[in-house]
Design a binder for this molecule. Structure first.
Ligand code: GNR
Ligand code: NI
Length: 186
């Protein structure tokens, strides 16, 4: 098992279209497990491979509330094969857009075709928070973030704040880096 680094916006990798996996082999199965471990620690209820810098169509989700009874979902090449006309609004967040939230409207129910951890083709019909999260993760595979579903004004405000934060964090990293160098040479 291994923990992965979660990329934060703005980052060009979050805007790319991810490639389908040819087959869920041992390497992809391991990636799914590592993504779940990373997601549980974050903590989050979903994670996509591009968020950890791997541009492959792989997602994981777990919306269970009980830590002792987890319900991990692992999918490769997920596709929506049916969506309800009824829509559902939910306040979404994203590990790549920390501390920002917005009400997003999506189909209430979706039927998804995907490859499971054993490389078997499966379909799953979902609704509620699970359907919200799966659609949010599938968006990531096409370079779409939840802010792409809101007004340009709100989106730009959030992205500007995140860009500022990133610059500050880089500055802090440089400072502590030079402090450590000074201490090491003293
Ligand atoms: O942890 C997460 N919470 C969440 C809440 C509402 C709607 C979607 C999500 S997914 C998010 C984790 C994440 O960023 N996945 O890409
Ligand atoms: Ni997200």
């Amino acid at each position: 098992m291994a923990l992965l680094d979660i990329i934060k916006a703005p980052d060009p990798r979050l805007k790319k279209i991810s490639r389908p996996v040819e087959k869920v082999d041992a390497e992809i199965a391991q990636l799914m497990d590592d993504m779940l471990e990373t997601m549980y620690l974050a903590p989050g209820v979903g994670l996509s491979a591009p968020q950890v810098g791997i541009l492959k169509r792989v997602i994981v989700v777990d919306v269970s509330k009980d830590e002792d009874n987890r319900l991990p979902v692992r999918m490769a090449n997920p596709e929506i094969v049916w969506a309800s006309d009824e829509m559902f609004e939910y306040e979404e967040g994203c590990l790549s857009l920390p501390e920002h939230y917005a009400e997003i409207s999506r189909p209430e129910k979706v039927r998804i075709r995907y490859l499971d951890r054993q490389n078997e083709i499966r379909e799953m019909e979902t609704e509620g928070l699970l359907a919200v999260c799966l659609q949010h993760e599938m968006d990531h595979l096409d370079g779409i973030l939840f802010v792409d579903h809101i007004s340009k004004l709100k989106r730009d405000t959030i992205l500007r704040k995140l860009a500022k934060l990133k610059k500050l964090e880089e500055k802090e990293r440089r400072k502590s880096g030079s402090r450590q160098k000074a201490a090491a040479s003293a």
